[in-house]
Ligand binder design. Structure first.
Ligand SMILES: *Cc1c(COP(=O)(O)O)cnc(C)c1O
Length: 382
């Protein structure tokens, strides 16, 4: 049975709140910093776990026309939300056999290999019409994209150029999280050399970190993801990037334990003195990573409340001894990500990066979006 939506918050062990105004503000800000003519939005992996079906309309209402996902299936799921004068592109390119579905849906593939390029060209021939695409170069990351020799071959192939009008040529930075890394400049030189083979075709190079580097990195079309969702993309933080996500977990139970009591699986934590523990309704099944065991903390009422022992599948124990008795009660919420618990800090404690914290955000959370979708639609119509 589907739960009544008005009860979702009361029933949930944890609540994630997503500020769509901040997503839009970040999109505008990062676009300005990139210096690009156009700022696209990367909404792969369900908009980094935040909910692509909420994020895409908010950005579209703000004027975003170009969206990127990783897989064709993700693009098909979002097609109805893409503005009629907009487009959605698939970064991972085309799996063999997916060409017709992609073409008929009007989705733009990123062609990453000669096989993908030739199959897309053949599909255009079969359908009897040109099929637009983006073309990716490998400028040094050795992940996706064609090399200089292959780029030259396609650039000089009139049949390919006629069948496949290129919306843009693109490449991806391996070290954009460190603007000082010399690999960035080397990739830019390699990208420029290949892009020069396609005069007049728009260029797209920068992810969020690349946008912060600006200048030639920004190119014509910027492709930020992470920064839209409120996380810092580089080791030089930009204070104008607004936080987007708040994660709060509910206290299910509070107990007093004597000195020496153990807590959690494996009893890896023991009370050094009489302590007060609270058990939260959130665990690794919610994407609240088990690697946070013994590392992180929650925040409530001005206090940092450290995790006591291991994160379980559905629960997390915190030590609330530092708060006066009665300060917290069953049903209360504590902050796990938010103004006092930056996502970068949580990522560091979990031994990972903000990307993984966001894309792990669980399916069991009650999700609150503001402003509400109806408001966005009304503003877009006005
Ligand atoms: C994921 C991705 C992006 C966005 O990267 P962020 O670092 O999240 O801004 C841009 N381009 C490509 C090719 C990607 O795979």
């Amino acid at each position: 049975m589907r739960q009544p939506p008005e009860l979702a918050t009361e029933l949930a062990g944890a609540i994630v709140t997503i500020d769509l105004d901040a997503v839009v503000a970040n999109w505008r800000h990062i676009g300005r910093r990139s210096g690009a003519d156009e700022t696209a939005a990367v909404v792969k992996a369900d908009a980094y776990g935040l909910g692509a079906r909420q994020v895409v309309p908010a950005l579209a209402a703000a004027g975003c026309k170009s969206f990127f996902v990783a897989h064709l299936a993700e693009a098909l799921d979002l097609l109805d939300l893409i503005p009629s004068d907009g487009r959605i592109a698939v970064l991972n390119g085309l799996t063999p056999g997916a060409e017709t579905v992609c073409a008929q849906a009007g989705v733009v593939p990123v062609l990453n290999s000669m096989g993908q390029a030739r199959r897309w060209q053949a599909c255009a021939r079969t359908l009897g019409r040109p099929l637009p695409a983006l073309l990716q170069f490998d400028s040094g990351m050795s992940r996706l994209g064609i090399g200089p020799q292959e780029a030259r071959e396609l650039a000089q192939d009139d049949a390919f150029r006629a069948a496949v009008p290129l919306r843009a040529v693109m490449s991806h930075l391996a070290c954009a999280d460190d603007p000082q890394d010399p690999a960035n400049g080397q990739q830019l030189v390699a990208f420029r050399a290949m892009a020069d083979l396609f005069p007049g075709v728009a260029r797209s190079f920068a992810n969020s970190g690349g946008c912060l580097m600006g200048g030639e990195y920004g190119a014509d079309i910027a492709r930020p993801g992470l920064a839209l969702y409120g996380a810092q993309p580089a080791n030089a933080p930009d204070p104008a990037i607004r936080p987007v996500v708040t994660l709060e977990a509910r206290i299910m139970q509070i107990r007093e334990v004597p000195a020496g009591a153990g807590a959690g699986y494996g009893l890896t934590w023991h009370a050094a003195a009489p302590a007060r523990l609270a058990t939260l309704g959130i665990g690794y099944a919610d994407g609240w990573l088990r690697s946070l065991s013994g590392q992180g903390s929650a925040y409530a009422k001005g206090h940092k409340l450290p995790f006591a022992g291991r994160i379980s599948m559905d629960s997390t124990i915190i030590d609330i001894t530092s708060l006066p008795q009665g300060a917290l009660a069953e049903g209360d919420l504590v902050e796990l990500i938010g103004p006092h618990r930056a996502i970068e800090q949580v990522a560091e404690e979990a031994g990972t990066i903000a990307y993984e914290i966001l894309t792990s955000l669980g399916a069991r959370y009650a999700r609150h979006y503001f402003p509400h979708q109806a408001q966005i639609r009304a503003e877009a119509a006005a």
